[in-house]
Design a protein around this ligand. Structure first.
Ligand SMILES: O=C(O)CCC(=O)C(=O)O
Ligand SMILES: [Fe+2]
Length: 273
């Protein structure tokens, strides 16, 4: 399995020099279109993530958003639009919020703390989780907050055929509905998982079969194995783009007082399959 801790290959894509000056991406539609096409291609295939390098640290988010919109607009485009007809982009600042650090519940707020984040699918409670997720590092934490990624192919090979069948038949509560953990689309595996969100749904009255619980225990053990994970430390200016139902993401913890700041951009992008 690839070991990216020393960043030898990171599945990196270096940004075109014309975009390095952080000019308005709208002025470079061909370059943005070409980059978006290469990103979309990278997200469709193993390991389903691409790190964009070569940009200086910036608080500007226009390029990440433009790439999300461009990919959402690619055929076959079953876009989700805002009431005014624009492609709907979800944007969040991921940084410590002192009020959230103290609260023990609220799984969805974990990302606003310094705690480690278990491997998960974003918007896993939605009938259709966003396919496109990007994390743009604005300020990294020098000692922690490493990115962890586990592609669905690692899960499938670690679990073996019988357990894969169990998880394809699973019906697990994610808060707003029950969904299988693994499923096939266009002949390829997809995954939806967020253990603490499932546990919260179970505490709130959700039900799950014994066989699904045992399957989740095997899955948790597989996800914890470092040889199943990609791990790297994003630098300020770098952005990791990922296919949210083909690779699980998480992060290691970092200092309780930290200026770490990431932008999270999520878009429904049917073209990613
Ligand atoms: O902080 C990170 O590196 C990831 C956060 C995350 O998973 C999220 O906000 O969805
Ligand atoms: Fe996340």
């Amino acid at each position: 399995m690839l070991d990216l801790t020393t960043r030898p290959e990171l599945n990196a894509l270096d940004v075109h020099p014309a975009l390095r000056d952080l000019g308005d991406p709208a002025e470079h539609p061909d370059i943005v279109g070409d980059l978006a096409a290469r990103l979309a291609d990278g997200l469709r295939r193993y390991p389903h993530f691409v790190v964009l390098t070569g940009l200086p640290p910036t608080r500007e988010r226009v390029l990440t958003v433009a790439l999300g919109r461009t990919i959402a607009d690619m055929a076959p485009a079953d876009r989700v639009l805002t009431p005014d007809g624009r492609i709907k982009v979800s944007f969040t600042r991921v940084q410590i919020d002192p009020e959230k650090v103290g609260s023990e519940n609220a799984v969805t707020r974990y990302s606003r703390t310094n705690r480690p984040l278990e491997l998960h699918t974003d918007s896993s409670y939605l009938r259709r989780p966003h396919e496109f997720v990007a994390f743009q590092m604005v300020r990294s934490d020098p000692d922690g907050g490493d990115t962890l990624l586990v592609p669905v192919e690692h899960v499938v090979s670690a679990l073996g055929p019988a357990m894969v069948r169990t998880l394809k038949r699973s019906r697990v509560p994610f808060g707003r509905g029950d969904y299988p953990i693994l499923w096939e689309r266009n002949g390829a595996p997809n995954i939806r998982y967020y253990r603490s969100q499932i546990d919260t749904a179970l505490e709130e009255g959700g039900r799950v079969r014994e066989s699904d619980l045992s399957g989740m225990a095997v899955l948790d053990a597989a996800l914890e194995r470092p040889d199943n994970q990609f791990r790297f430390h994003l630098k300020a200016g770098e952005t990791v783009f990922l296919h949210n139902t083909k690779v699980l993401h998480g992060r290691t913890g970092f200092a309780p007082v930290s200026t770490r700041l990431m932008y999270r951009v999520r878009v429904h992008a049917g073209c990613l399959g």
